[in-house]
Design a protein. Structure first.
Length: 194
């Protein structure tokens, strides 16, 4: 693995490390699946186009430039991870939070890392609304609501009740523990305890 640290320019020098162990970082994902909680798939929270396939290594690509290796120092491409869990509170619609192994060509920056290859190590479902409001202190999901286009949104009972009172219609509501166990089995990873 090659780690490039993009620190403030000092005579345009970059620090490059070579290591054999992956970097373990925090990451958030969106979640999709069928109405019955099967066919679960982790997807990036930003632009849910390319899923993280179960039991397959995720490999970075760049949509904007086809002429550089991803990640590239002059681009934002790569598989992202952060060293601070609190930064994930800014993520758009996180359904799953976890630890991810990053390796290959890895670029370190002020908010974390961008890597060539990655795979989840530990996962947990979260209520995104609790996560946004209170951070990691209170994030547990009791239910998983199934919406159109197979989007699954884990929620605590309180936030599900609020959503229903405001007219949000869920097609199906599943038990979060069952969906969580199925997710762990699908990706062959352990549960993350926050």
């Amino acid at each position: 693995m090659t780690l490039v640290r993009s620190s403030p320019p000092v005579a345009n020098a970059l620090e490059v490390d070579v290591a054999t162990d992956p970097i373990i970082a925090w990451r958030a994902w969106a979640l999709t699946g069928r109405r019955d909680g099967t066919n679960l798939m982790l997807r990036p929270v930003a632009g849910r186009t390319r899923p993280w396939r179960p039991r397959e290594i995720a490999e970075a690509t760049c949509k904007g430039a086809r002429f550089h290796r991803s990640p590239d120092l002059e681009c934002t491409c790569g598989l992202h991870g952060t060293d601070e869990l609190e930064l994930l509170r800014r993520a758009r619609c996180p359904a799953v939070v976890g630890r991810v192994a990053l390796w290959g060509h890895v670029i370190e920056h002020e908010h974390g890392f961008r890597a060539e290859f990655a795979y989840p190590q530990r996962l947990t479902l979260i209520c995104q609304f609790c996560f946004w409001l209170w951070g990691v202190r209170r994030t547990g999901a009791d239910h998983v609501a199934w919406f159109a286009k197979d989007h699954l949104i884990p929620m605590c009972t309180w936030h599900l009740d609020i959503a229903r009172r405001h007219g949000v219609r869920t097609r199906t509501v599943l038990d979060a523990d069952e969906v969580g166990q199925r997710l762990l089995g699908t990706y062959a990873v352990d549960r993350l305890s926050i």
